[in-house]
Design a protein around this ligand. Structure first.
Ligand code: GLN
Length: 314
């Protein structure tokens, strides 16, 4: 199996697709992104990087930031976090409010917006948003070894001005006592973390600790093996909102999507993969990013359900 050939095949396959999905427009600043873009970067366990397409193009990581925010929050709150957020797929849209009333302000999981807003509340920890956001940026720079990672302030401002659903979610949870800081501070943290810009290469590097059972290849342990496995489990079961089952069925590895069109996918012990294509499907996940990962899984045989792990079936 030659990964370089497989990546070239995927880039050509994606370029030939006519239906590129629909770029998110509810955050005005994202609406102007060209739907033609597609990038892919794969870091393997031996440290090799194989990339193709627009792998150097920066994009808004949006909900992919929820993986890194959860990692930080677990470091602060440990298992007590699970008293404030669940671990079940929601079966609802990423920004849905319906379950929150029945479940008394405890969001289903940390990867839907409501759950990530609780995670931001934990990460604030009595500080100002800039402290929590600085910590998140430092974490990503440490994971990637790349100090150029930054926030796109225009995207953050755009979402702050129009994020009415998220404002509603935060206030609603505050009414149940599950948001402890003022909502503006919590949302300031959340919107800025979503507005972090990265390219596929950087994102694949950031995911290495989840491929390596919690270790950074150069810096040592980031989280314990069991924590890395649990984060991967949540990505598999909840990483694509109400399409998480479909993603697990089609791709078969943990993945976390964002409305900027990125997906971070992890093959434990083998690869950390980032894909990006800004057009989304009806569930708000990258249409062609998912298709690319489906093809990659077919071509490599990579799957968390495969006993051999790398036996290509094509
Ligand atoms: N910032 C986005 C929002 O809150 C993140 C959603 C997403 O990427 N699915 O709506």
């Amino acid at each position: 199996m030659d990964l370089t050939d497989i990546v070239a095949d995927i880039v050509a396959y994606i370029a030939a697709q006519e239906d590129r999905g629909t770029v998110a427009s509810y955050i005005p600043e994202l609406a102007s992104v060209d739907p033609a873009g597609f990038g892919i970067a794969i870091v393997t366990a031996d440290g090799a990087m194989v990339a193709g397409g627009d792998a150097d193009a920066g994009f808004s990581i949006q909900s992919i930031s929820k993986v890194f925010a959860l990692t930080l929050a677990l470091g602060k709150a440990g298992d007590q976090l699970w008293e404030r957020v669940g671990r079940e797929p929601s079966g609802n849209a990423f920004n849905s409010i319906v379950q929150l009333e029945q479940e008394r302000g405890i969001p289903r999981n940390p990867f839907i917006n409501a759950g990530a807003i609780v995670v931001s509340d934990v990460n604030l920890g009595g500080h100002q948003p800039r402290v929590a956001i600085g910590e998140m940026l430092r974490f990503l720079r440490y994971l990637t070894g790349d100090d150029s990672i930054a926030i796109n302030e225009a995207v953050a401002a755009s979402e702050t001005a129009t994020g009415f659903r998220n404002i509603a979610l935060a206030n609603y949870m505050r009414a149940f006592g599950n948001i402890h800081h003022p909502v503006e501070l919590v949302l300031g943290t959340y919107f800025h973390q979503c507005a972090i810009e990265m390219n596929c290469r950087q994102l694949a590097l950031a995911g290495r600790f989840l491929m390596l059972d919690g270790r950074h290849p150069d810096e040592g342990r980031v989280v314990s093996p069991s924590r890395a496995r649990r984060i991967n489990a949540l990505m598999l079961t909840c990483g694509h909102y109400d399409a998480s089952g479909d993603f697990a069925f089609r791709v078969g590895i943990p993945g976390k999507s964002g409305v900027g069109g990125g997906i971070l996918a992890i093959v434990p012990g083998r690869a950390s993969i980032a894909v990006w294509s800004p057009g989304l499907n009806e569930n708000g996940n990258s249409r062609l990013g998912t298709l690319a990962l489906e093809r990659l899984a077919q071509r490599t045989g990579w799957s968390v359900f495969s006993p051999a792990g790398d036996s290509a079936d094509q």
